[in-house]
Ligand binder design. Structure first.
Ligand SMILES: [Zn+2]
Length: 413
């Protein structure tokens, strides 16, 4: 058969996504399928049953990662890998993660029903706990697999009730016997919703990110002087919250003044004692700076540091700056990104070269194996919310792009 003409079954993909969306469905149309919860367990069971229907060999590793192997004509060759995550945010959407598991499943169903046996094996993966919302941090299981995180440490992560991740994996029946460690991968593709507005805004169907932005985290601690708000005159106050407010505005203004594709965000703030009639004497807030250019992000923070020291001085509020976490920008494999651009062109899908602002399991896999991601549009650019939406046509387009990327990689000797 002419493999170039092969297409996935969009209706079947939609049905799989709708069946998965029933597990942990929320009244407002989203899903809540927290890592290692009962819902995660039920969705995994369904996924495994679907893998078995198309004669995939299923293995579960010690971190609960589920691998479904579709044998190649030459089983000795390193497999091509594709997957994402079944877990969701609390009150998350029906596409984040699960599209990247149902997409390759639909690809394998298409190969199976057409009797297509590529040269290399193709393996689907569901990475445990990508979201990190029940057990921090995010992408923990792909991190353990890649050797960047320790297995026992991951088991010992607790949720807000003090329950350990390892115990929950065991309880839902997915603490597997296979060691959680990497093996040679010929190529890795992760299909995912964009979670941003660019594809929709530019009228593109497929996004080909050249890599993931760098990520720099800071924690800022400000000290003020508490006092009763009524009798204390406005002059001479040391109001830590007002100082923080000016700093937050400076963070907001930073990307525009630096140029490049930078974003900077204050997402978390704690005010002490947080009482309406006491001048705040302590504030802790976080800063998240992302850019394709690591040095530009560092330069931006140096500029911001100067501004913050000035503001702190002006308000007489001592400041402590913590550099919490730094991840360098991560380019995906050029050859695979180029392949996706070619596949998009061959299939007639407008395809955009872009960057990924968010980290994904592909970030860890990318450290070990040639990797790329395939983005499809998020309607309204919304994600991690119940109204998260991607059209069924775009899901199908993404799966078709994945099909042909996988076929081309799996046919390489
Ligand atoms: Zn995701």
């Amino acid at each position: 058969m002419d493999l170039d003409k092969l297409r996935v079954n969009g209706g079947r993909l939609r049905h799989s996504l709708e069946e998965m969306a029933k597990i942990g469905a929320t009244p407002a149309g989203g899903v809540q399928r927290l890592a290692c919860s009962d819902e995660d367990g039920r969705a995994r069971d369904l996924f495994v049953s679907w893998l078995e229907e198309i004669d995939c060999t299923v293995t579960v590793d010690a971190m609960g990662n589920i691998f479904g192997r579709y044998e190649g004509a030459n089983p000795a060759l390193d497999p091509v890998l594709s997957g994402s995550h079944i877990d969701s945010q609390p009150k998350g959407g029906r596409f984040d993660g699960i599209l990247g598991v149902m997409g390759p499943l639909e690809v394998l169903r298409t190969l199976h029903e057409n009797g297509v046996r590529p040269e290399r094996p193709i393996v689907i993966v569901d990475w445990t706990n990508e979201e990190g919302s029940r057990f921090a941090p995010a992408m923990v299981a792909s991190g353990v697999w890649a050797g960047a995180l320790d297995l026992q440490w991951a088991y010992d992560r607790t949720d807000i009730n003090g329950i350990k991740q390892g115990d929950e994996l065991e309880r839902i029946g997915y603490k597997g016997s296979v060691p959680c460690e990497s093996w040679p991968v010929h190529a890795y593709y992760e299909l995912h919703i964009e979670q941003g507005p660019r594809l929709e805004a530019t009228g593109n169907i497929i996004g080909a990110p050249k890599g993931v932005l760098c990520l720099h985290w800071y924690d800022i601690h400000l000290e003020g002087q508490a006092n009763q708000v009524g009798p204390t005159p406005m002059e001479g106050r040391h109001d830590a919250l007002v100082a923080a407010a000016e700093m937050i505005v400076a963070v907001r203004a930073l990307p525009a003044s630096m140029g490049g594709n930078m974003v900077a965000t204050v997402g978390e703030i704690h005010n002490y004692p947080n009482s309406r009639n006491i001048i705040p004497d302590g504030v802790h807030f976080t800063i998240d700076i992302r850019s394709w250019d690591d040095q530009l992000a560092l330069d931006a923070f140096e500029k911001l540091r100067g501004q913050m020291l000035g503001i702190a001085e002006e308000h007489g509020c001592p400041i402590r700056i913590e550099e919490t976490w730094k991840v360098e920008h991560a380019p995906f494999d050029r050859g695979l990104v180029q392949r996706l651009l070619e596949v998009g062109r061959d299939l007639g899908y407008p395809t955009l070269r872009m960057v990924s602002g968010a980290g994904h399991d592909a970030s860890y896999v990318n450290q070990l194996a040639p990797s790329a991601m395939i983005f499809v549009p998020s309607i309204g650019g919304r994600s991690h919310v119940e109204v998260e939406e991607t059209s069924w046509e775009d899901c199908e387009a993404g799966a078709n792009a994945l099909l042909h990327c996988l076929l081309r990689s799996a046919s390489e000797g």
